[in-house]
Design a protein around this ligand. Sequence first.
Ligand SMILES: Nc1nc2c(ncn2[C@@H]2O[C@H](COP(=O)(O)OP(=O)(O)O)[C@@H](O)[C@H]2O)c(=O)[nH]1
Ligand SMILES: [Mg+2]
Length: 296
Amino acid sequence: MSITSSGYVAIVGRPNVGKSTLLNALLGEKVSITSPKPQTTRWQILGIKTRGEAQLIYIDTPGLHREEKRAMNRYLNRIASATILEADVIVFMIDATRWGGEDEMVLKKLQQTDKPIILAINKIDLLVDKAALLPLIDKLKNKLPFAHVIPISALKEDNIEHLEAEIAQLLPEGPAFFPEDQLTDKSVRFQVAEIIREKLIQATEEELPYTTTVEIEQFTEGEKLTEIGAVIWVERQGQKIIIIGKKGARLKKIGTQARREIEKLLDNKKVFLRLWVKVKADWTDDERAMRSLGYE
Ligand SMILES: Nc1nc2c(ncn2[C@@H]2O[C@H](COP(=O)(O)OP(=O)(O)O)[C@@H](O)[C@H]2O)c(=O)[nH]1
Ligand SMILES: [Mg+2]
């Protein structure tokens, strides 16, 4: 089937509303890592979906952050803002169970664009009384002219087919930008680093995600075995001790979980994964250190 419509679809919203979960659900595969903690998504990640005569290029983004004090937060906000400018269609995602100042901030940003916006109200699986949403929907409709308002559950994959069909209708005419079987613009090395970062975030306490990043130092594909060496960068010695854990137990667990998922990514090829934890003081507030770790 030839492609007659195509375009970029930005998924925007405050941290934790479920943007990355939605992207994975739409693609039927995990291309973006998720967790209940902020700053899980740090990059602009493209998820490419060719569907009938349309090619939808989803852009998952870090949520807009309120704090602009640290270089990392400024960087995250810059990406989120740039995404809105690049998009043909915008999916404004909110959490059915909570509306707050950060959502308000995203709304204000969206008032500056005249692109078609779909309001996706996520996590409806958590709602007991769906009618309770009506006053919020009315309020938002007065502030932004939505093309559609669609309640979904990204986690339970509820109503997302309907969401995607409506997005496809709003795409401009155009040819395919990517091969039809391509799923993401990110390299395997990048996806490997992200898997390790996800397992790390999931295994550690609240404040660590802000201060860790993963760098792949070695990636050697052999006939039977792929050898991967990765460095987990942290800001302080104390964080290093936490990640390593008692007798190395926590790092070992992170390594095992990451290795299993990396093997899946590499079509079940065997992986040997080596992890190191190293300290780079205050790297999240140092623009040069951030650039050297890939945050440009
Ligand atoms: N109950 C419920 N939880 C969800 C849903 N979508 C996402 N979540 C959870 O919300 C958290 C944040 O999701 P994530 O996709 O990382 O949010 P992001 O920061 O917007 O990318 C994760 O723990 C998800 O499992 C949903 O539809 N229902
Ligand atoms: Mg995310």
